[in-house]
Design a binder for this molecule. Structure first.
Ligand code: ADP
Length: 311
């Protein structure tokens, strides 16, 4: 059953403190609407996988709740599991199975009849363009193809909600684009819903209808990519390379220094003026439209790579 417009997943003040004291989630409230792609964006260590594991009924929250299609993940785990398919970050297909066998055994394990499972496995192989690799064991497939097998498997279950944890981690640029297309097609053609996590800004911005940016277990911004970028009150950002902290660009707009570069959030006209001034002073300068990375830097004070938790 494809559902649209209403919330498929709703979390309220979700908190998770691991044994040992790490507070991985600190009050996450969000709502994923049917027929949309929702992106959970944040650096490593932000709490994305913890959120996904609780939604997938693999981990209990410390407090707060997640409801999926009205079912509480703690009280009604079976109903939740029937409503979702998950591709965890660490998932790998079984080396000695072919893509076709993989999808087939997964569907049978989910309780689909053999004849229906065969039908769906064939459709999934075709939809995910795995025909040429249908009978090749997964050990002999590239990383991108293996990821495609896992996504095909999850998609073939035809659940209302598909959860993908970092679906393009470690893939080459072409394989990433292929995954993006699969994700978009699945939602647009089937009106189904995807929750995906990512630490790639461009991925979140390109794919998400709505997203939440998380850092250290808290949401720092939430909305459509456009709404989130509006918080910056600027169309453009001028990035000037200069370690001279006495240089001031405040007259052109709000200024943020990160490392050896300065970001100036401004409008098109003042951006042009500032670029000219920088070029006259032989400073390395670039200008572009604002993006989600700017929002992250503006809220957190560092870029997403520097915000990544170190071991
Ligand atoms: P992300 O998916 O955004 O990288 P995680 O949810 O994996 O973030 O981790 C969030 C925080 O919880 C991190 O500080 C991480 O070290 C910690 N963490 C994750 N899993 C465990 C665990 N099983 N036990 C203790 N701490 C954990």
């Amino acid at each position: 059953m494809a559902v649209s417009s209403e919330a498929i997943l709703e979390s309220r003040e979700l908190e998770k403190t691991y044994r040992g004291g790490t507070k991985a989630l600190n009050g996450i409230s969000l709502s994923v609407n049917g027929g949309t792609i929702f992106g959970l964006l944040g650096p490593n260590g932000a709490g994305k996988t913890t959120f996904v594991k609780i939604a997938a009924t693999q981990l209990l929250p410390t407090s707060g709740s997640i409801r999926i299609l009205g079912h509480d993940v703690v009280r009604e785990p079976k109903a939740v599991r029937n409503a979702i398919a998950v591709v965890p970050q660490e998932a790998r297909p079984l080396s000695l199975q072919t893509p076709y066998e993989h999808i087939l055994t997964y569907l049978i394990a989910r309780g689909v009849s053999i004849s229906e499972a065969k039908k769906r496995a064939n459709v999934a192989i075709e939809n995910l363009k795995l025909q040429d690799h249908r009978n090749v064991i997964c050990a002999n497939l590239s990383g991108g193809l293996r990821q495609r097998v896992l996504i095909a498997m999850a998609m073939s279950s035809e659940t209302d909600l598909l959860i993908l944890d970092e679906p393009t981690l470690g893939l080459d640029p072409l394989a990433r684009l292929e995954v993006w297309n699969l994700v978009r097609d699945y939602v647009s053609k089937n009106s189904r819903t995807i929750l995906l996590t990512t630490h790639y800004m461009d991925e979140a911005e390109t794919l998400s209808d709505n997203l939440a940016i998380v850092n250290k277990g808290k949401i720092i911004a939430q909305g459509t990519p456009k709404e989130i970028k509006k918080r910056l009150n600027a169309e453009n950002v001028v990035i000037v390379k200069s370690s001279d902290s006495s240089m001031s660009f405040e007259t052109y707009g709000r200024t943020l220094r990160a490392g050896s570069s300065v970001r100036v959030f401004t409008d098109r006209q003042r951006a042009d003026e500032l670029v000219s001034v920088c070029l006259r002073k032989n400073l390395e300068v670039s200008v572009r439209e604002v993006n989600l990375e700017d929002v992250f830097i503006s809220e957190v004070g560092t870029n997403i790579d520097d915000a990544t938790e170190s071991d």
